[in-house]
Design a protein around this ligand. Sequence first.
Ligand code: BTN
Length: 326
Amino acid sequence: MSRFALLPLLADGDFHSGQELADAMGVSRTAVWKQVNRLAEEAGIEIESAKGRGYRIPGGIDLLDADRVMDAMQVRPRSLLTRLDILDTVDSTNSEVLRWVEQGASSGLVCSAEQQTAGRGRRGRQWVSPYAGNLYLSLLWEFSQGAAALEGLSLAVGVAVARALRAFGISGVQLKWPNDVLYGGAKLGGILLEMSGDAAGSCRVVVGVGLNVSMPGSAAVAIDQAWTDVKTICGRQLPARNNLLAALLNELLPLMADFEQQGFARWRDEWLELDAFAGTPVVLHSGSGQSAGVARGVDERGALRLETASGVQSIYGGEISLRSAQ
Ligand code: BTN
């Protein structure tokens, strides 16, 4: 039995008696009660209990469902999807897909999960991944021309995320080089690309995207930077997570299928329009030190153009973080 088998039964927001839940799960009423407590403690999901009526989640809960996601997808992206796994809990969806790679998996596989226990961010940071609130997804694609052909891919993924959100009327998303998704200067999502294989030949890329949709306050205390979520942006018009996931896949799958041929050049203008730091004085922090200058967008390879007293230099990704100097 899944750790949270109770959740789908209570997802509708209606009251369900302890006996009804116990029967549906094939467990005792005491086991139901224990799971109710565990949901509050481990997943931060409050379940109301009322004498004579049973249990309910006020307002219901929007759980991920692979069929609903696929139903909401467009024809071409759907044809590029070879497998969609929606897990309950996983260490990291990127780690899960990398394990699939070891078993020979190839393009078009997608893994999403309700919760990550060891979600990874860039530069060794954790990605706060509470249960059933946000979106965590990883997508696998195989490229034949080696890592050089993938320059700018992570920036193009940022554009794809912004496009997906626009489909729900969320405009105003901005991108921070190399691949933070921002709204109003606060972090809305993050992108983590991991590669396996031959950097000069055939390689497989795992594209991990985390999107804050409805971040519980109890989980947010662990986030060490300004953050926001789709719920804060949309208020009552919060899109269903299944539809958001479908919209992300509608953008990401064709991007992956076409990127090797088209390269970043096709995405550059759109990236520049979304650039949060265009013309801003910035300081770039890297392992070896820091350099200050004015951010002048990105070049056709996705490198940051940093204007300093000695001219404009192109800065490639890696362990560099960019902070406004103001
Ligand atoms: C960052 O901004 O630091 C990147 C965050 C990437 C988070 C996503 S969530 C899905 C996938 N699985 C992970 O462990 N990380 C990425």
